[in-house]
Design a protein around this ligand. Structure first.
Ligand code: UTP
Length: 422
């Protein structure tokens, strides 16, 4: 887009402030050109639509609006018969051995709560594996040795523009933790501009727009755009696990879950665990208008959160833990269509009218994020496998207290002592 067209586009969208001060002699031509290139890459129609959604009176509701919520059937792994368990595991092992399985780690988040300087995956919780990336690499390599005669499991890692270079450097510096680099592929998720409450796109520097990663649900679009699903298909992959970087107990390659997914025959499947208490800050699986869905803890009513059935179990108690399986075809479909965006209200530094970088004392801008679980409702049904919290869930979210490196380390060490890390 040439400068004139860009000017017109910005004017039409009320965003001309982004060009203010551009002719200042402090800026070199290359810096100016780089900035204009970034401005030209922004989708202003989409940004305007998202702002209208955010600023509407019910701005923080789900983009799809309300729906009828009902319970969803769940398979409790603890209640499988020995024969069922054996069959699922055998089917999963066969899929891994045939090279039909790949794992994806979502590592594009900002990790703001942890406050670590660098990609979250480079964080060391104080165990023998010195980073969250190393924990996952070792686990995948162990599983490859157990299930695939050492043939490595293709591993895809989603980064963001902010942490991509640092992530790649970290892998190179640590010799890919024993992985063959040919079996590891990084891809970057998309970014969206943050928008101030008055609708203006935020500038966080004289030649810089404040961009934010488009949420873990951005993974489908990113995989599609970067040829990741095509790469998977070329390798013969049929089932793909997608998990986060910050759960130190995540089973990236779990034969039981793979076999369970294949037996369900659904385009996706998810793992769940029972909420600690009715108010645990986790989304829960449900049916929304008859389709698989996850209802966020901020959206569930007190009555629903507390509801119990005749056996005393939570009616909506199966928490979504970002451990999901998709068929490659389901990934492709979600990637070509994209997902709706949700709105988060954030505090972010901005360039004020006087040209000064200002730190606000209260939230001042909207950030737009897609959620991976919004893809579930594309399927008529999905398998959900309830697992044991102590074996599969130890997130590193906060610097201290709950879900912190200390709690994750204790759970990791305990799982290792019980032999639960394969
Ligand atoms: P969270 O939603 O907990 O975010 O991500 P976060 O970035 O780790 O931490 P905060 O909220 O800024 O403190 C859960 C998982 O999803 C990934 C994260 O890397 C993490 O593995 N994620 C999240 C992405 O890959 N991209 C995103 O845009 C958001």
């Amino acid at each position: 887009m040439d400068l004139n067209s860009l000017k017109k586009t910005l004017e039409a969208h009320g965003q001309s402030q982004l060009l203010e001060g551009l002719s200042d002699s402090r800026f070199c031509d290359d810096c100016r050109a780089e900035y204009l290139k970034k401005l030209a890459a922004i989708d202003y129609d989409l940004t305007a639509r998202l702002y209208r959604q955010a600023a509407a009176p019910a701005g923080n509701e789900t983009p799809e609006g309300a729906g009828e919520i009902t319970p969803i059937p769940v398979t409790d792994s603890a209640k499988l018969t020995p024969e069922q368990r054996r069959q699922y595991i055998a089917a999963g092992e066969a899929i891994i051995a045939r090279g039909e399985f790949a794992a994806v780690t979502m590592a594009g988040g900002q990790g703001t709560r942890l406050g670590h300087n660098g990609p979250k995956g480079t964080f060391d919780i104080g165990v023998a594996e010195h980073s969250l990336f190393e924990i996952q690499a070792c686990r995948l390599l162990r599983r490859a040795a157990l299930s695939a005669g050492g043939r490595q499991i293709p591993w895809y890692i989603m980064t963001s523009e902010e942490n991509d270079a640092a992530t790649r450097e970290f892998f190179a510096a640590h010799k890919y933790f024993g992985y063959d680099p040919a079996n590891v592929r990084f891809f970057t998720q998309f970014m969206l501009p943050m928008v101030a409450f008055d609708g203006k796109i935020v500038r966080d520097g004289p030649l810089s727009v404040k961009m934010g990663a488009d949420g873990h649900g951005g993974i489908f679009r990113a995989m599609h755009a970067h040829g990741i699903t095509a790469d998977m298909k070329a390798r013969g992959v049929k089932y793909v696990f997608i998990g986060g970087i910050d759960n130190v107990l995540v089973k990236l390659c779990d034969p039981l879950f793979i076999g369970f997914t294949a037996a369900c025959g659904t385009p996706c499947a998810g793992k769940s665990l029972i909420k600690r208490d009715p108010y645990e800050k986790a989304g829960v699986f449900c049916l929304k208008n008859g389709r698989p869905s996850v209802i966020e803890y901020t959206e569930i009513s007190k009555e629903m959160a507390e509801a119990r059935d005749a056996r005393g179990e939570f009616v909506y108690g199966d928490a979504h833990i970002l451990c999901n399986m998709f068929t490659v075809d389901a990934l492709d479909n979600a990637g070509s269509e994209g997902l709706p965006y949700h709105v988060a209200v954030k505090k972010t530094k901005y360039i004020d009218d006087g040209g000064q970088l200002t730190e606000p004392s209260a939230p001042n801008a909207y950030k737009f994020e897609a959620f991976i679980f919004d893809a579930f409702s594309r399927a008529e049904s999905m398998g959900i496998l309830r697992v044991r919290r102590e074996d599969e869930f130890a997130p590193v979210k906060n610097r201290e207290g709950e879900d912190s490196p200390n709690t994750a380390r204790a759970l990791y060490v305990s799982a290792r002592e019980r032999g639960a890390l394969d």
